[in-house]
Design a protein around this ligand. Sequence first.
Ligand SMILES: [Zn+2]
Length: 275
Amino acid sequence: MKRVLIWRVLPVVVALGASAVALVMAGRTASAADGAARLPDLVQQVPRDLVITRAGSGPKAPYALGFRSAVSNVGDGPLVIEGHRPGGQVGTMAADQVVDRDGSPKAIVAGVGRLRYVLSPDHRHWHLLGFDRYELRRAGQRVAAVRDRKTGFCLGDRYIESAHALRSAAAPAPVFSSGCGLGEPQLLGVSEGISVGYGDNYAANLEGQYLRLSGLSSGRYVLVHQVNADRRLHETDYGNDAASLLLQLRWRMGQPLVRILRRCPGTDRCDRPVV
Ligand SMILES: [Zn+2]
C-alpha cells in the first residue's frame, strides 16, 4: 500500500520544483516523529485600536488608517527564528526555524525567510521580513487595494495569550525579550521568537502599522491581517493565520470616516455573508 502511494506521488514531485522542496521539508519534520516535532501554532488576532491620522500637515497631507496587530503562539512548541550571515555579507541574514523535538536534537528548517538590519529614526536592529502582512481589499475582491510597507518584525514574548486554548503548557516566563541586536549591525547571528502562551504585538501607527486611505473611494473594505502568508514557517495549523474586519469608508468634507461593520477571527473574508 505504501509503495503504491510513493509510486503515485513521485512523478508529481519531479514535475513541480517548488512543491518538491515543500514536500522534502515536510518529510524532514515528520521523519522526526519518534522525537515528535513540537511545532508552533500562530494565531492572527483581529485588528484593533483603529485610528485615523494624517501624515504631515497641509491640505494635501494623506490620511492613513492605523491599527494594532498581534500574533499569538498556542501550539506545541515555541516559534524560534535564528538568523545568520557570512562575515562578508552586510545588512542581511538568512533565517532558519528551529523546531524542538521530544527526546531528540532540535530540527532546523533552513531558509524560512530573511532578516535585515533596519535603520529607522527611533531604532536600529535586525528585522524579520514579511512575518505579518496588512492590506485593505474592496469588499468582494481578493486583490489588495492598499498594502503595508512595514519593514519587518522583532519578534518577542510581549504579552500573555489568554483568549485561546493552548495545545501545550505555556512557558513559565517570557523567553524572547531581546532587542534583536539593537545597535549591533556587526552581529553574525541573532535569535527571536514567540513562546507558547505568549504573543507579539505592535501598537497602531508604530512604524508600518497603518495603511493609506487617501485615494480610496467610499465603500466597504476588508482590513486583513495575515501572519505567515507564504507558509514558510512550519506550524500545526495554517487555518487561523488570517483575521479581518469589514469596514465602511465614507468621505465627508474631504475627511475619511471609518466604521467597523463586522469582526472576523480566523478568516480573511469578512465580506462573505454570514450563514
Ligand atoms: Zn524594529
